[in-house]
Design a protein around this ligand. Structure first.
Ligand code: ZN
Length: 157
């Protein structure tokens, strides 16, 4: 999925779980779980619809960052919330298109992280079926916002 759902789920994990040693691995694993859901394959490296792709990526990223900051705001464990967002996001740096991804891909014991990300992702061609391509990503953002709001309300009560 795009950055937004990963950031939001990672931050929510930190918000609710609160213990870094559980929250950070869970947030990390959430990346693979979200990518296993159907989502549009949006690559800025591939030609076509560049302006539209960029606009979607920017709006999605802004929503994700806004959700993270909203969840972390005023929380004593804000570092775990931000750490959860980063842990959930970092897997997208593992693709072998950058030095880190290429290094991991040929590192014994770590290469499976790269191949699981490549092979475990359910990609829908960009611009095909918009509902299948983006429906679940939007649903994840909405569900995280609702869950965080309900959790805040319960904590305040
Ligand atoms: Zn991914």
């Amino acid at each position: 999925m795009l950055a937004g759902p990963h950031l939001a789920v990672g931050a929510l994990t930190g918000r609710v779980v609160r213990r870094a040693w559980i929250a950070l691995p869970l947030a990390f694993a959430s990346h693979y779980a979200l990518d296993a859901l159907p989502h549009s394959y949006l690559s800025l490296r591939e030609p076509g619809h560049l302006a539209l792709k960029l606009a979607i990526a920017i709006v999605d990223g802004l929503i994700g960052v806004a959700l993270v900051l909203w969840m972390a705001r005023g929380q004593p464990h804000w570092r775990i919330i931000l750490g959860g967002a980063v842990a959930a996001m970092v897997v997208d740096l593992f693709n072998p298109v950058n030095p880190l991804g290429r290094w991991l891909a040929r590192t014994p014991g770590a290469a499976w992280l790269v191949s699981l990300h490549m092979e475990g992702s359910w990609h829908v061609p960009f611009g095909g079926d918009w509902l299948v391509g983006f429906g679940l990503s939007v649903a994840v953002l909405v569900l995280v916002a609702l869950a965080a709001w309900a959790y805040n309300a319960r904590q305040a009560a």
